[in-house]
Design a protein. Structure first.
Length: 110
């Protein structure tokens, strides 16, 4: 674990944690991945078929985005027979998206 001590602010910065956070932010920084997160935020694990059908995209496209989100620990998956069901690792990721949306709403009223 690499840390940097900034004397002027007396802060300890954990570079490893910052890299993980940046990776998650990059993973959610695509409109289709945000749509997948919002779909899963409704609280029910969904199969790949349910996801791509709901979003009107190709199966390969859905799988590509799901793999990115899963590789950055935004999503979890479980297999049930031939189907794989996806769910959010944590509901906290939806709070980030909601915060960004509130920022957008505030900027539009200026």
């Amino acid at each position: 674990m690499q840390k940097i001590n900034l004397n002027m602010a007396n802060l300890d910065i954990n570079i490893d944690k910052l890299e993980l956070a940046a990776g998650k932010l990059r993973a959610i920084s695509h409109p289709m991945r945000i749509a997948i997160i919002e779909l899963l935020a409704q609280g029910k694990p969904l199969s790949v078929t349910e996801i791509y059908s709901s979003l009107h995209i190709e199966q390969a496209t859905a799988s590509h985005h799901l793999n990115i989100l899963k590789s950055k620990n935004v999503l979890i998956s479980r297999r049930d027979g031939k189907k794989i069901f996806y769910d959010l690792q944590s509901q906290s990721i939806t709070e980030i998206i909601e915060c960004i949306n509130r920022c957008n709403d505030a900027n539009q009223t200026i």
